[in-house]
Design a protein around this ligand. Structure first.
Ligand code: CDP
Length: 194
């Protein structure tokens, strides 16, 4: 069975948690596409060459979740040649046998417009910054500034900007706990599976 769940949305909206839970519940493979851009961002040197030569080891680095890696990711993510180098791998993953969940910014709009389920997961910048701050610590106001800066860059870029696909189901997690958000996402997938 080919079945793709595309989950897009801004930083720290809960995409990762929801994606992992949906993948586990339905037995689908999961790809966190942000980790590809994070890995390219932290590698230094020529980002296009880094994207073309990305290996599984690069994705296993333990510094990919830092704020610095997130910022580096969104800077290399504006480069069309970087996006192009990562496209085929993501497309193949999306249409693999057995079902796939991909989370990112452009999965429902560019990587897999034919996805059987498209979710757009969002929350207010303050709620998202608070969640990210619980994860990384430091100064919460700085984390909020980082979230806003990255949102602006991701939504404002010319190539594959962050936006909800016209046929995406919106899940606002501002006032939802993890369990409720996961339940809402699973309900959409279950209904589409029939
Ligand atoms: O976990 P969080 O939502 O903070 O970020 P992420 O999903 O790991 O993505 C990090 C950065 O990579 C984003 O801010 C985007 O600039 C970029 N990205 C992208 O351009 N396209 C994707 N499909 C996934 C991530």
């Amino acid at each position: 069975m080919i079945f793709t769940v595309a989950i897009d949305g801004p930083a720290a909206a809960g995409k990762g948690t929801i994606s992992r839970a949906v993948a586990e519940r339905f037995g689908f493979a999961h790809l966190d596409t942000g980790s590809l851009y994070r890995a390219v961002g932290v590698m230094g040197g020529d980002p296009v060459a880094a994207a073309r030569g990305l290996t599984p080891d690069d994705l296993a680095r333990d510094d990919l979740r830092s704020l610095v890696a997130g910022q580096a990711a969104s800077r290399v993510a504006v480069i069309p040649e970087v996006r192009a180098a990562l496209l085929e791998f993501q497309r193949r993953f999306a249409r693999r046998e057995g079902g796939a969940v991909l989370d990112g910014r452009d999965i429902g709009t560019v990587i897999c417009p034919e996805a059987e389920v498209k979710l757009y997961v969002t929350a207010s910048p303050e709620v998202r910054a608070h969640r990210r701050w619980l994860e990384v610590g430091g100064d919460e106001a700085m984390v909020l500034a980082e979230v806003r800066e990255r949102d602006a860059r991701d939504m404002g870029r010319a190539d594959a900007p962050l936006r909800a696909a016209a046929d995406a189901v919106l899940i606002d997690t501002s006032e939802l706990g993890i369990e409720e958000a996961v339940r809402a996402a699973c309900a959409v997938v279950a209904e589409r599976l029939g």
